[in-house]
Design a protein around this ligand. Structure first.
Ligand code: 13P
Length: 344
């Protein structure tokens, strides 16, 4: 670990530098297919490859994106001209990363709850991914809020698995993104989301301590503090920003090099506005940079424009770059809804 400490801190710093953020493009095949199906895009290996090529070849993407998270198939793929997608990213100044969990499965004995897998052979897989150019990794734990949920068993099992993943990544010199996602599904209040997020993050850092994790060499990827999608009370952008920062200040050590939010199904505009409000309202008081690691909130408009048609690539890339730029502005507290108006 000693040997890797400097490398881990440097990678984490680079990921958080210059007001840039992360692009999650690591949807598993089933998730990617589901999104394609809704838009009438063929659910084929080639369509998924072409879509990922569209993303990584977006001109000037490296001005707002510091790192991109890939899926196993994608890290092995090439553009139609035969250049590996990893190489395209690296040339654009974007650090390649890999999702290494194997997804969330039902937690035995705990109906409605999930445990993330992927520890088997993880040491060997990390070594292979490092050879392919990955310098950071991602593991996502899923926490559901419901009647009597989450249980302590679910929180602890996921926190423990995350800690084991983190220790293996750091041993390999790869910065782990630790992602506990408290889902927006349901009618719970913002306060309940705050309690549950606090609980999972606390449990996680406790496990990190036991597993001898280097806190300076991780990135935390978490949800914003939001009411459930079906909650009748939907707080304002400012209230969400305040609740999110207050919650994280209570539980995330100042030694963490950065926090990057997931979007979790929020619209692109709302995700940008909420991140912006956090940076505007708390900038001078934050111990860590607040950034983004969005998938849907960056990609969705681009995917809708592309629809599998080569003729739409340029317009789709412009839409992708626009969302990436809006989020870069939000990191600096310089985003405003005026950025969303068509430029004449
Ligand atoms: P969303 O931003 O679409 O929630 O995806 C982020 C992510 O990487 C989920 O694991």
């Amino acid at each position: 670990m000693e040997m890797n400490a400097k490398q881990l801190m440097e990678t984490a710093r680079a990921l958080m530098a210059d007001g840039k953020g992360l692009l999650a493009m690591d949807e598993s095949d089933p998730t990617c297919n589901k999104r394609f199906e809704k838009l009438g895009i063929p659910q084929t290996l080639e369509a998924r490859r072409a879509y990922r090529e569209l993303i990584v070849t977006t001109p000037r993407l490296g001005e707002s994106i510091s790192g991109a998270i890939l899926y196993d198939a994608t890290i092995h793929q090439k553009t139609k001209d035969g250049v590996s997608l990893v190489e395209v990213l690296s040339k654009a100044g974007i650090i390649p990363s890999i999702k290494v969990d194997s997804g969330a499965d039902a937690l035995a004995g705990h109906p409605g709850e999930k445990i993330t897998g992927g520890l088997d052979r993880l040491r060997e897989r990390l070594a292979e991914y490092a050879k392919l150019g990955a310098r950071f990794a991602k593991w996502r734990a899923v926490i559901t809020i419901g009647e009597g949920l989450p249980t302590c068993a679910c929180v602890h099992a996921n926190a423990h698995a995350l800690a084991r993943y983190v220790a293996l990544c750091q041993e390999a010199g790869i910065v782990p993104i630790v992602e506990p996602e408290v889902l927006m599904d349901g009618s719970h209040s913002l306060k309940r989301c705050c309690e549950v997020t606090e609980k999972i993050i606390r449990a996680m850092f406790h496990e990190f301590y036991d597993q001898r994790v280097m806190i300076e060499g991780i990135i935390l990827k978490t949800n914003m503090i939001l009411p459930g999608l079906k909650c009748p009370k939907q707080e304002s952008v400012e209230e969400v920003a305040d609740a999110t920062v207050m919650c994280l200040m209570r539980v995330v050590p100042a030694a963490v090099p950065g926090i990057a939010f997931l979007s979790g199904g929020q619209s692109g505009e709302l995700a940008s506005a909420r991140l912006n409000a956090m940076n505007v309202r708390f900038r001078s008081r934050l111990p860590w940079p607040l950034s983004f690691s969005f998938a849907r909130a960056i990609q969705q408009p681009a995917m809708e424009i592309w629809r599998g048609d080569d003729g739409n690539i340029k317009a789709a890339q412009e839409a992708l770059l626009h969302r990436a730029n809006c989020n870069r502005a939000a990191r600096r507290g310089e985003y405003s809804s005026a950025m969303e108006k068509p430029q004449i």
